[in-house]
Every structure is written in C-alpha cells, then in structure tokens.
Design a binder for this molecule. Structure first.
Ligand SMILES: *Cc1c(COP(=O)(O)O)cnc(C)c1O
Length: 399
C-alpha cells in the first residue's frame, strides 16, 4: 500500500487559504485535468489500475478501495473547507462514525453528549460497546458535567447543534475540558455544515459529517466524512478507512462534490427561511414552544452566535400541545413539506421525532430529555419563504 492521497492533496487544488469560503467551495479539491482540461473531475469507475512492472503502480494507484481520483477530489475539497489536515469519505455518515470507533481499542472510554443522532447512539451502545469500548453519556451543555469528565476519558464525542433538540455545546469549553484529562474531541458537524461552523478552529480533533445532509444537499446520495486536525492522524485514519473498506463509491463521491459546490448559497437561503419560520412560529398562538438557535430565547443562543458564522442553520423544532394526534393532523394538511426523515436537502421536510426518528427511545426517557409527543422537526428547504409560511399557516388553522 502506498501514500494515502496519491493524485490528491492541496498541491493539486486551485484554491489557497487567501480565498473566501464561497470561492473555495467552488474550486477546492480539483484543478482542471492536465491531459484533457476537464473542468470537473471524472467519475472514475475502475476497480483496479494497470501496473508498469510488478509492484510499480502508476502514481501510486493500485486498487480503487485504496485510491480513487473522484473520492480524492471530494476528500480534499472537504478538508479545505473545514481547515483540516486531511479528509476521508465514507459510504454513509454511520460508516464514518464506525470507522472512527475502529481506531479505538477495547477499554477506551468514550464520553458522549446525551442528545445524539439515534443511529450514533445505537452504534455506540449496541455495536461498539460489544467490542469493549466504554460509553458514558452526559449533558454537554451543562458546564458542571463537561468540566468533570472521568480521568480515563479517551474521546469526547459531541453534536452541536444536536439532533433533534438543537442543543448548543460550547466547542471551546469542550476542548478545554477534554485537554484537562488528556482526551481528544470529535464533533459531528452535520447540522451546521462547514459553511456555518468549523470545529477545528476551536481545537477539535475530528469532525464528522453525514454528507447525506447539507453537503450533498439534494437528498439523492448517502455518504459520510471525517476531517482531521493533525497531520499525524492521517496514516491511522487512512489505514482504517482502507482496511475496513468503509469507502464511498466514485459515483457517490461525484454527486456529493457536485452538491458541495453550492453549499454556501444553499445554506444562506436555508438560514434565512428557517429564521423567518422560527419567528413566525414563536408568536403563533397554537404553538407551545419553538426551538431554534437563532432565537434570543434559545438557551444556547449566545454560544451559537460566537461559534457559528453566517446563520444558525436550517433546522428548527416546535411543539403543539395536542401531542401526536394534533401533529399527525398537521402533517396531513401540509402541501409543500414532505413527511420524511433525513434533512438538509433543497426541499422542506417535516417529521415527528416521537413516532418516527426517536420512536426507539422509551417514552419516559424521551420526555426526560425533552422530546415531547407534540414535537415537530422541520428541515427548512430553499423554497420561497412566503410559500413556506402560507403552507404552515393554512395547516395550523386546521388543527
Ligand atoms: C443522518 C445523520 C447521521 C448518519 O448519517 P447517514 O449518512 O444517515 O449514515 C449522523 N449524524 C447526524 C447528526 C445525522 O443527522
């Protein structure tokens, strides 16, 4: 096996650190092909590469799980946008989280936030725990809990904003607390995307993404990524990505990169629309509670303002007093918002965490962490904001 990123790495990118995020989003990871001038990367559909002599692969390209030009372009683009030393992409967000767990060893103690994506919680407690990793869940928004991490903590694993309750954890405080006990920090940055938050700037060691969401952005491809802060972690991550075979396909890498090019534009509209909807819902007489980090009433608002830039994201939650019966009625009357899990695509989606994404959590535990039966989660799309407001208004009038 040879060099991780053969064609790749910043040497081939037509961007540099002087350029703004929007410019880098368009160009990072690829320069027009030397031979043909192709402006966009090929979908390099090959499983293997011819060798010039035994053990002499051309430019290090041996086998497509190990080296693929399309995947390298996506990995390098993401690394650039997150300010990372290197990037690795995977078949799904879960494959990315799984691969990070594979770098640990039995007995290692992972302390995780208690409001996590359900699939991550399941992977930790039902799979990784079986292989001897130890998990403790804390309320990472509570400085008391954050500042008293167990001495043997190996990794602190967080989401901010979290799914579904949009809790905000101070990344600066998390890194400080982890350093005190010699632990590393991983942050799932899926909800913010690199357009709104760059955890490596705060000293976070690993950034995870479900690129299925905002990065892909069009609800047409599943994928994941890990971005690393330290060059010294590169060999280890690459070894596990290649050895476990958790890579994404060239076609998926292409689609994800195509989506990524418009991330800043899309995020700007997602944020504007979500902000307008949050303000509308907050003052609606039928709505009991509205959760959006951009609202001054959100307990994490000032921290979010400090560590996010350009907006507070496209996700929001609200609560109706009538529970599942009333929220089920609401979704029936909506015309634009599709009833579906997932998030981050151009189209607006609505889902009910209690009977849908978080149904596997026992009702008492759901209540305890704040997922009420009447909770509604919106992934606000990039449609016309007046259409989105009018659709919600007509549906709310009927429930
Ligand atoms: C969707 C999601 C994941 C899992 O990603 P997949 O691409 O669905 O495997 C992980 N974390 C967060 C925050 C998510 O929203």
């Amino acid at each position: 096996m040879s060099e991780p990123n053969a064609r790749s790495s910043s040497a081939t990118s037509s961007t540099d650190a002087r350029h703004a995020f929007e410019t880098r989003a368009v160009h990072a990871g690829w320069t027009p092909d030397a031979e043909t001038g192709a402006v966009m990367p090929p979908i390099c559909m090959t499983s293997t590469y011819v060798q010039d002599a035994p053990g002499k692969p051309r430019n290090g390209f041996e086998y497509s799980r190990t080296q693929n030009v399309t995947r390298f372009a996506l990995q390098d683009a993401l690394a650039d946008l997150e300010g990372a030393a290197a990037g690795f992409t995977f078949a799904s967000g879960m494959a990315a989280v799984h691969t990070l767990m594979l770098t640990l060893k039995p007995g290692d103690h992972v302390v995780a936030g208690n409001d996590l994506y359900g699939g991550t919680h399941r992977l930790f407690t039902k799979i990784a725990a079986r292989f001897g990793l130890k998990f403790t869940f804390i309320d990472s928004t509570n400085p008391e809990e954050l500042n008293n991490l167990p001495q043997d903590t190996r990794l602190l694993y967080l989401e901010s904003p979290s799914n579904p309750l949009l809790n905000i954890t101070s990344l600066e405080a998390a890194v400080k607390a982890a350093k005190k006990v010699g632990a590393q920090v991983a942050v799932d940055n899926t909800f913010a995307s690199p357009a709104l938050q760059n955890p490596i700037d705060f000293g976070v060691d690993f950034i995870l993404h479900s690129t299925t969401k905002y990065i892909g952005g069009h609800s047409d491809v599943v994928g994941g990524a890990i971005l690393i802060r330290e060059e010294s972690q590169k060999e280890d991550l690459w070894f596990h990505q290649n050895s476990a075979g958790t890579v994404n396909s060239p076609f998926d890498a292409f689609l994800t990169l195509r989506g990524l090019r418009t991330l800043p534009l899309r995020m700007e509209r997602h944020c504007q629309n979500a902000e307008a909807l949050a303000e509308y819902l907050e003052h609606h007489p039928k709505v009991e509670r509205t959760i959006y980090p951009g609202l001054a009433t959100h307990p994490g608002h000032s921290i979010a303002k400090e560590q996010m830039h350009g907006g507070f994201g496209g996700m929001l939650c609200f609560e109706l007093p009538g529970g599942i019966q009333q929220t089920t009625e609401l979704v029936k009357h909506l015309e634009i918002y599709a009833l579906a899990e997932s998030l981050g695509g151009v189209e607006s989606l609505i889902e009910l965490p209690a009977p849908m994404t978080h149904a596997s959590i026992p009702p008492e535990k759901r209540q305890a962490i704040g997922i009420a039966d009447g909770l509604v989660r919106l992934s606000v799309g990039i449609e016309n904001v007046d259409d989105l407001l009018a659709d919600l208004e007509q549906a709310l009038q009927k429930v």
